[in-house]
Design a protein around this ligand. Structure first.
Ligand code: SAM
Ligand code: SF4
Length: 338
């Protein structure tokens, strides 16, 4: 038997590991750094186009990139930004990504723009998991945080998404001291009664929001403590789970996740890589900048692309340096894809 090989079975690539032994299965793909909102922790003054801005990756470049990552064992892709749905070819991109062999799950993160009208079209283009940012359920507060009086429109979008039968719908809420930390119970109630899941995200310090971070950061552990006191229980970690802590409750179908990058050992379970909208590989949200892989996306051998990715991933730092007040080269999360 030793010399026989089935010709239909492709040899599996060795798993993509970094120098700390972490395995990467998840790509966060930024489609644009442009955004129409002005979230106070991200782009409080709105999007400003930089001089000499490189063009966004084309659909073909994206297809090549995702094929390269899939060849290295990544199977989940999240479309993000900026606001990914601002791209006029968003659905074409989603179809291209979801049809790459090896990609089993395509997710997206959105501020809810056009969700009410496009939910079904996005589902039909292959997206199965949706994260929608909703930092407040109070219309005036939502407008104050995002710069847009659009809560009602976003809530209509959530209903449309539920009707479109996404496999997973999660709301993302950035926790902010003195802004929305009194809404914890209302948000938990909102999702628990609608079979949705919710992620509380600690506000993260970036180079543009240091003062805001200092004034508004709340440790995710305070939320975990409150939820546990109300009968929520930590869920066992699934294989391939990222750094979120997940809690469930016997009476709720949805889960509550807490993303707490300032907690101990947060980076130990990092399983994700990021590709910016202009083709730079970011090994960490708070690293020293991206490494250009775009030349490999414009033709040539896939093997050269995968060898380059593998070599770069091997250099990933064991942990971020946020605790030292060092946000790397990241001005705001819209620049890389949060
Ligand atoms: N525009 C889309 C949206 O807002 O959902 C996708 C991009 S946004 C950068 C992705 C996620 O990052 C959102 O849930 C947003 O609330 C979160 N985010 C942005 N800046 C952040 C920060 N400084 N700290 C924590 N979360 C942040
Ligand atoms: Fe735009 Fe999302 Fe940043 Fe808000 S968090 S400004 S919606 S990119």
């Amino acid at each position: 038997m030793s010399g026989l090989r089935c010709p239909d079975v492709l040899p599996l690539a060795a798993p993509l590991l970094d120098g700390s032994g972490r395995r990467f299965e998840y790509l966060r793909l930024s489609l644009t750094d442009v955004c129409n909102f002005r979230c106070s922790y991200c782009l409080p003054n709105g999007y400003k186009k930089p001089c000499n801005k490189p063009s966004e990756l084309s659909v073909e470049e994206i297809r090549r990139a995702v094929s390269g990552f899939a060849g290295l064992g990544l199977w989940k892709v999240r479309l993000t930004g900026g606001e990914p749905t601002l791209r006029c070819d968003f659905e074409e991109v989603a179809r291209a990504v979801s049809s790459v062999p090896g990609i089993r799950r395509v997710a997206m993160t959105t501020n809810g723009y056009r969700l009410a009208e496009r939910a079904q079209a996005w589902r039909d283009s292959g997206i199965s998991a949706l994260n929608i940012s909703v930092d407040s359920l109070d219309p005036a507060r939502f407008a104050q945080i995002t710069g847009h009086d659009r809560l009602a429109e976003v809530l209509r979008g959530i209903e449309a998404a539920q009707a479109a039968d996404f496999e997973s719908i999660k709301l993302n809420a950035v926790l902010m001291r003195g802004v929305n930390d009194d809404e914890l119970a209302a948000m938990v109630d909102f999702v628990a009664t609608r079979d949705l899941s919710l992620r509380f995200i600690e506000v993260m310090r970036t180079n543009d929001n240091a003062a805001f971070f200092g004034a508004r950061h709340v440790a995710g552990q305070t939320v975990i403590d409150r939820l546990e006191a109300e009968g929520w229980q930590r869920m066992p970690r699934q294989p391939g789970a990222g750094p979120a802590v997940e809690l469930g409750h016997p009476t709720a179908r949805g889960r509550i996740g807490i993303i707490a990058p300032y907690s101990k050992d947060f980076c130990a379970s990092c399983n994700r890589l990021r590709l910016s909208s202009d083709g730079k590989l970011h090994l960490c949200l708070f690293g020293d900048g991206g490494m250009d892989i775009r030349p490999h996306l414009q033709g040539g051998e896939t093997a050269a692309l995968t060898a380059r990715i593998r070599a770069l991933v091997g250099t990933k730092a064991p942990a971020h340096r946020l605790h030292e007040g060092n946000s790397g080269a990241t001005p705001h999360l819209a620049s890389i894809g949060g």
